[in-house]
Design a protein around this ligand. Sequence first.
Ligand SMILES: [Fe+2]
Length: 356
Amino acid sequence: MLLAENGKIVPRQPIKDTSFWGRDDFGPKNDWKVALPPNVIVDIEAALPGLKKASLHPKDIRPEHFPLPNSAVFLEEVNKSIEIGPGFALLTGFPIKNLGTADASLAYQGFMSHFGRIAIQNRIGEYVVEVSDKGRGLGPQARGHYGNAELNFHADGANAVSLLCLETAPEGGQSLLIGAAAVYNTILTERPDILPILERGFHHHRRDEREENDPKVTPWRTPVFAYYDDRLHLIYTRISIDYCEAEGIEITPEEKDALDFLDSVLARPHLQVSMDLAPGDLQIVNNFLCLHARTSYRDSETQKRRLIRLWLDNEKSLRNGPGKMDWYMPEHSRFLRERKALLEFPLNSKQSERKN
Ligand SMILES: [Fe+2]
């Protein structure tokens, strides 16, 4: 059986590189955690006044605006984890203690500029999003970052999504991650018959992240598994597939079966890592190598979960596929800009077979 990459043939075979991991690969003591070394903290604190003075829009912040002269080796190690390792990094001890929210956010933006350009996250033009419970539900008109509901495994937009934890909730709010290779290998072993359906992909509901005259649903399908530059990409968000049914897009019984089996693989605890983010924890996740999820949480009067979220567009990343940026804000999608030809396959309208 073969998977086609833009007209090229790629054999379906298990992924055995360093992106293949399960929970037990990290040991019993949360071995994914990496403490920021003192020299990196000194660099961050020294760079903040200059960035404040520069007063830049987040999209314009570059590494030279936030120099980290003694951190190059550390930054490279973190980048390797995101790009060719497990696809994520959790750094602890980001120096937020003596900073207000604005300065903590600015230091975070400066630090993250070393991993990519800060990208737009929604139609109202936010580049820096505070993730907290503002009492908004989850649905076709709302994304999940302003509510406290459980969020199932999904990918965000751009190359990577990052969170800086400022405060935790007294209850819930765990962050879960699962790797593309483990998911793919499991399906290849147990249900190879559904791979063609997952590779063909699905339409996605834009959840009102669109221009007024744009269709509510993407006219093209986005593959769940795809190969670009000979590397596997996993792109998935179940609810934005399911919401399409209300817009007249049929999801066949075979497609539902494939999605349900995929969800059953995502639910296997031995494939996941679970993180309790603490204040000062900084998580970076490659959107094509890992899916992320969040358990529900409950704030109290005195303790409210607050995170700052960034999306990162990394031109040097080894992986760049279609995803959430293409559904919501195609004009900002580097994938569409650089790889228009790829839309002829496998995303063209003939293959998409829209039912309405
Ligand atoms: Fe997310």
